[in-house]
Write a protein that binds this ligand. Structure first.
Ligand code: AMP
Length: 536
């Protein structure tokens, strides 16, 4: 008998179920409506992309790229991957025939599987791959000859030769490109920029305003509000900088775009009735002034290095801005005394930051400034913002965003400005639930209680009509005694039970029971529909 295996959702992932999914749907519907009123259209990029896209956009040094991405090679052969790992890490030295023979078997097996994969076109027959394959075959022959000679001579020179060739194999194996390195997306801004370039969206009326929603994947330590598959709702505004235009110009215009994007998220949260919403903003400078500030910060941090924890000490080298993110109690006093970026912004950045604040005031958007707000992703510049909400404990950020001029160019497109945000939908939902705004159980408008063969035909026709008119109808697959049917209607939270028996079919007068008060009336199909439409 087959072993009973208990399958469970993978750690850090979860099933979203009714009635909670009602809330998810209504949040997403509200996003579509609100973003639509600001002129945004939806983009649905793929869930996986080349790993390189994220490495380039998000930054190879970030945790997201260096530790948390789910990446894989795009080919179907697990055998090849396993054999390749064996061949890539050969033993330091082999001096017995048996091990030599085994190693040869691995190589021959690898070559025959590679040949098959190339014939099936799961691995490319590129000139580089074909050359490496040829070289490996030659090496396999040489290895075999060396082993045979060694079996006769037992000489150290021959075993040394075998080991040398073995190391050569690992080099040629590396030259074979087995498939593209792909990754499940850890965020979607890189994909949106890639799509902007791929579809020549710079030729559309600018700016291009896009929103997206869907799952993202990061191998993080799961906890409340932090998952490995989580959902984001985000939006991006992209605008190509016309040739010869100095990107530093139009600072007022950029600030207005930033403020409108922030206003849109806040309008969305207000429409949802999200509680305890706090917006924090900051400017993290640009390519001119930020590096100078970072150096200053690094120098100051080095002076107090001994008083910092290991994470912050490491970050002094890798990314000093991230030290400002620290939540460690004993580091707070030190951080408070560090130089603040606002005092070191260049004239353009300072001007834009002041204008963003003025624009937010004009739009009636309340904010607090937080000079320690830096974002985890490399691509941000100037305006950055974060929004927190009630009831989320330590993971209380529901939205992060900022400006990323230059990212499209970094990915191979024309000089383009960009600003966007990503809302953590899981956390947004959690906060709404904490505030008692959870999804109501999905009841039924009508439960069709029928009995008898003739009644079934009428019941099916009635259900079809009611559903076509948009009502939620439960039609039991088999006839039931009315008492039992009414009990079930009650359990499902139905508003009405439509009782159809021989009598009702013969007269065309249906019996309608209102479950809330138990009252019962006879009426025609048209009258019943009318009553439902009026929401009585
Ligand atoms: P980021 O893309 O890192 O700027 O994150 C934007 C928002 O996504 C955050 O403010 C969170 O609300 C949400 N978020 C990020 N990572 C996770 C995660 N692992 N689980 C749930 N939500 C997340």
């Amino acid at each position: 008998m087959a072993e009973k295996k208990k399958f469970q959702a993978i750690k850090g992932t979860r099933d979203l179920l009714p009635p909670e999914t009602e809330l998810w749907n209504s949040v997403e519907q509200t996003a579509r409506e609100v973003f639509g009123t600001f002129g945004f259209g939806e983009i649905r990029p793929p869930i996986f992309e080349p790993t390189e896209l994220f490495a380039r956009a998000v930054g190879g040094e970030t945790d997201i790229v260096s530790k948390e991405m789910y990446s894989f090679e795009d080919h179907g052969s697990k055998g090849l991957t396993a054999l390749r790992s064996l061949l890539l890490t050969p033993p330091r030295s082999i001096t017995d025939q048996q091990s030599m023979w085994l190693y040869e078997c691995f190589l021959l097996d690898f070559l025959s599987q590679l040949d098959l994969a190339m014939q099936n076109q799961t691995i490319s027959k590129s000139p580089e791959n074909l050359r490496a394959q040829q070289d490996l075959s030659t090496l396999a022959g040489e290895l075999s000859q060396t082993r045979l000679r060694y079996s006769e001579t037992n000489s150290g020179t021959d075993s040394e030769m075998f080991n040398k060739r073995m190391r050569k194999v690992s080099i040629f194996v590396l030259l074979i490109n087995m498939g593209d390195e792909l990754a499940l997306r850890p965020e979607a801004t890189a994909s949106v920029c890639r799509a902007y370039i791929e579809h020549g969206m710079h030729a559309l009326p600018q700016p291009v305003k896009l929103y997206y929603m869907g799952p993202m994947f990061r191998r993080e330590r799961p906890q409340k509000g932090r998952y490995r598959q989580f959902y984001q709702i985000g939006a991006e505004v992209l605008e190509m900088v016309p040739p010869n235009q100095d990107p530093a110009k139009n600072i007022g215009k950029d600030a207005a775009v930033d403020a409108e994007v922030i206003e849109m998220v806040m309008a969305f949260f207000a429409r949802l009735g999200l509680e305890g919403v706090k917006l924090e903003i900051n400017s993290i400078g640009d390519r001119d002034c930020r590096p100078k500030y970072v150096e200053l910060l690094r120098a100051e941090l080095l002076k107090v290095k001994d008083k910092l924890g290991p994470d912050s000490q490491r970050r002094i080298e890798t990314n000093p801005l991230r030290v400002l993110d620290s939540k460690l109690e004993n580091e707070q006093g030190i951080i408070a005394g560090l130089p603040k970026i606002a005092d070191h912004l260049c004239a353009n950045c300072a001007g834009q930051y002041a204008e963003v604040k003025r624009q937010l005031n004009m739009r009636g958007v309340a904010y607090a400034e937080n000079w320690r707000l830096v974002r985890g992703l490399d691509y941000y510049m100037r305006t950055t913002f974060e929004i927190t909400a009630l009831g989320l404990g330590s993971q209380n950020a529901v939205c992060g965003g900022g400006r990323y001029d230059g990212l499209v160019e970094l990915l191979g497109g024309p000089p383009t400005k960009g600003i966007g945000f990503a809302i953590g939908e899981d956390r947004l939902i959690l906060s709404l639930q904490e505030a008692g705004k959870g999804g109501a159980a999905q009841g039924r408008d009508v439960f069709v209680a029928w009995m008898g063969e003739k009644a079934q035909a009428t019941a099916i026709a009635a259900a079809q009509k009611l559903r076509a008119a948009g009502f939620r109808v439960e039609l039991p697959p088999v006839g039931q005694k009315f008492g039992k049917a009414l009990g079930q209607a009650d359990k499902l939270g139905a508003r009405y039970a439509l009782i159809l028996g021989d009598d009702e079919v013969a007269t065309g007068q249906w019996t309608v029971k209102t479950l809330a008060d138990g009252s019962q009336t006879k009426m025609s199909e048209a009258e019943f529909l009318e009553m439902l439409r009026k929401g009585l």
